[in-house]
Ligand binder design. Sequence first.
Ligand SMILES: *[C@@H]1O[C@H](CO)[C@@H](O)[C@H](O)[C@H]1NC(C)=O
Ligand SMILES: *[C@@H]1O[C@H](CO)[C@@H](O)[C@H](O)[C@H]1NC(C)=O
Ligand SMILES: *[C@@H]1O[C@H](CO)[C@@H](O)[C@H](O)[C@H]1NC(C)=O
Ligand SMILES: *[C@@H]1O[C@H](CO)[C@@H](O)[C@H](O)[C@H]1NC(C)=O
Ligand SMILES: *[C@@H]1O[C@H](CO)[C@@H](O)[C@H](O)[C@H]1NC(C)=O
Length: 305
Amino acid sequence: MSAKMVGQGAIKFLCLLVTFFGGVTSLRDVMLLVQPATVIRGGTAALICSRDMQGAPLYSVKWYRGNHEFYRYTPMEDPDTRVFGLPGIYVDMNRSNGTQVLLRRLDLTLAGNFSCEVTADSPSFATQIATKFIDVIALPPLAPVLKADKDRYQPGEVLQANCTSSPARPAANLTIYINEEPLRATETSLHPSESGLLWTSVKADVKVTPELFLSGRLRVACLSTVYDVYRSSANLDFFTPDTDPRPERITLNSASKCFQSWILLLLLFLLPVVMGQDYIVPLLDYEDYEERIQDQTAFASLVGG
Ligand SMILES: *[C@@H]1O[C@H](CO)[C@@H](O)[C@H](O)[C@H]1NC(C)=O
Ligand SMILES: *[C@@H]1O[C@H](CO)[C@@H](O)[C@H](O)[C@H]1NC(C)=O
Ligand SMILES: *[C@@H]1O[C@H](CO)[C@@H](O)[C@H](O)[C@H]1NC(C)=O
Ligand SMILES: *[C@@H]1O[C@H](CO)[C@@H](O)[C@H](O)[C@H]1NC(C)=O
Ligand SMILES: *[C@@H]1O[C@H](CO)[C@@H](O)[C@H](O)[C@H]1NC(C)=O
């Protein structure tokens, strides 16, 4: 055995020793946590890099998105924090330190792998890295829209319900409920939107029976959810044909129509007087009734002004 070989063996042994003690006595359990767990577009997220230094001094914490470093903390340098400009990454310096980085105005394009790399100071310079995929989601901006093919149903008829959610990522889950009971047999489809998001639509056919009108009312509801971070619903009420409470809206409309024709009649009688000349009161056809109301109103405002 030559002296050279002995020397090489000793170096190898020393290296092993350093690696061994470096691994055991300084630094372990580097973990990357994200709060909140679901990151929403436009929102804020704290990335927390926890570790067990085993009493060893910290040399640096480096933060990456993919392979690009965007933030570094080196307690022994001045300043101790550095930000490397990366498109779409907005580090809130006031709330970032050696343990966490606060990112603001997160965009969908930022979804990806984030890492924190912890390095202990000499003598070990042990390094450990933790990586986590961070998704960024987009919530539907509007409540779901629920439609039925008719305003009223007789028992025996089929109610066709149709519910759509506005674009989101991932697509919102839609569930149709009949009197608080979720429907199983629904037909769901996803549609891409221009912005790269997806909108959802769901259709259901329901055979209307008298039993469905619980205390005179049948309620169809549509619930839109995205994980446990978004919930929005829409509903439609239908009443038993027997009890027949006409929807408020229709009652109001017919009342205002009554009022309009009353005004119209008054106008027709007053016009000749106002104009100071003969005026032939036209015979109204039922068909062009609406149109004439508009004409007369326009005319009346001309005369008035
Ligand atoms: C950070 O703190 C400074 C001084 O307290 C303040 O002027 C600045 O607006 C803060 N920046 C953010 C992003 O909160
Ligand atoms: C880092 O900042 C966070 C939030 O501002 C704070 O809760 C935490 O105690 C800070 N940690 C250190 C080591 O300064
Ligand atoms: C994130 O990392 C995982 C595991 O290393 C890899 O499979 C995946 O492709 C990465 N995703 C992106 C968007 O880079
Ligand atoms: C459901 O509603 C959507 C949007 O309002 C519409 O495009 C679609 O044609 C409707 N489908 C049915 C079966 O009514
Ligand atoms: C939709 O529902 C399925 C099944 O319950 C669930 O696995 C999925 O995470 C939900 N998706 C969203 C965006 O909420």
